[in-house]
Design a protein around this ligand. Structure first.
Ligand code: MN
Ligand code: MN
Length: 315
């Protein structure tokens, strides 16, 4: 099944055409689609810099650079799978709870049609309504969370919904198999010493950036696989997992992160997990003048597409 595929960059110059992701067909069809790229241009939950609403457009623009064969996984994804750019979900600037409802309700039909969603943020608040839609179809799922932050704060400014509270709410709403969920890459200053323990007390396994550097990627990957096992898993990728030297265009950068190359290696290492969805969040183009953060995000999405194709080929 490979009905929908990107424009061929050997035949059509990559700077031409309308900038859907990889110049995939922009369509709302749910027929003969294995995965859909879906923008969520919301920054209603940003606690520091804003402008993540521009993230999906920036990722789409630079994604025209991507080519059709992934030599590391040894796969041409579109030989095995069909994919579309579904456009953006409706959001409501300034009204986060109404935005959540629209994101969930408009994502659900795709999930219900067994299309694997790859969502482009947007700030990290959007992952909560995404999980609500996923769980409506699949039941609670494991979370593989790449981030400098745990996003498990109780509240900000007396309010429950924000990009720093998503996974506290997700646990409270029983959206996660928390005993199979893992947060990796945490680092930087925090609000108080108690905040270190919040994700652990909620039941997450946490591997900080410092621990990762100590144990290395081989052991980290082993931890991830032991934790998640064969459970259905949602991968959420906050670009601030990556060092600001490689990903400056983001809302709450933290020093001491990983390089873009290390990050891509790590994502290739989880290719055998049972993914039901993915997102890439927190790209903030106004702080990304050379487009390197958007380029990183586009390549992360390309690895997700390759993983979906790899699994299809294997089965
Ligand atoms: Mn985050
Ligand atoms: Mn973060």
């Amino acid at each position: 099944m490979n009905k929908f595929k990107p424009v061929d960059p050997i035949k059509s110059p990559r700077f031409s055409g309308i900038k859907s992701f990889m110049r995939l067909p922009y369509t709302k069809t749910l027929e003969e689609v294995d995965f859909a790229i879906i923008g969520v241009p919301s920054d209603a939950g940003a606690s520091f810099r804003t402008g993540q609403r521009e993230g999906p457009a920036a990722i789409r623009k630079i994604s025209a650079l991507l080519r059709h064969h992934n030599p590391i996984l040894g796969i041409s994804p579109f030989d095995y799978i069909s994919g579309i750019d579904y456009g953006d979900l409706p959001v409501v600037p300034g009204y986060i709870e109404e935005g959540y409802k629209r994101i969930e309700d408009n994502l659900f039909p795709l999930v219900d049609a067994d299309i694997i969603p790859i969502l482009l943020g947007g700030d990290h608040a959007i992952t909560l309504p995404e999980l609500r839609a996923i769980v409506r179809k699949h039941g609670p799922v494991a979370l593989l969370h790449f981030d400098a932050h745990s996003d498990t704060v109780e509240e900000y400014f007396g309010k429950p919904y924000n990009h720093g509270t998503s996974f506290k709410r997700a646990v409270e709403e029983k959206l996660l198999l928390v005993e199979n969920s893992i947060q990796i890459g945490l680092r930087g200053s925090i609000y108080s010493k108690d905040h270190l323990n919040i994700p652990k007390n909620l039941g997450f396994e946490v591997v900080t950036a410092e621990e990762i550097r100590k144990i290395g990627f081989t052991q980290l990957l082993q931890k991830i696989h032991e934790r998640i096992g064969k459970n259905k898993v949602f991968l959420t990728f906050d670009v601030d997992f990556v060092d600001p030297a490689y990903a400056p265009g983001t809302g709450t950068p933290e020093i001491g992160g990983f390089s873009s190359g290390e990050t891509i290696d790590l994502i290739r290492g989880v290719k055998d997990l049972n993914f039901v969805g993915f997102d890439v969040v927190e790209v903030l183009p106004s702080y990304d003048p050379s487009e390197i953060t958007a380029l990183l995000a586009a390549n992360v999405v390309y690895e997700f597409i390759s993983i979906i194709a790899y699994k299809k080929k294997k089965n």
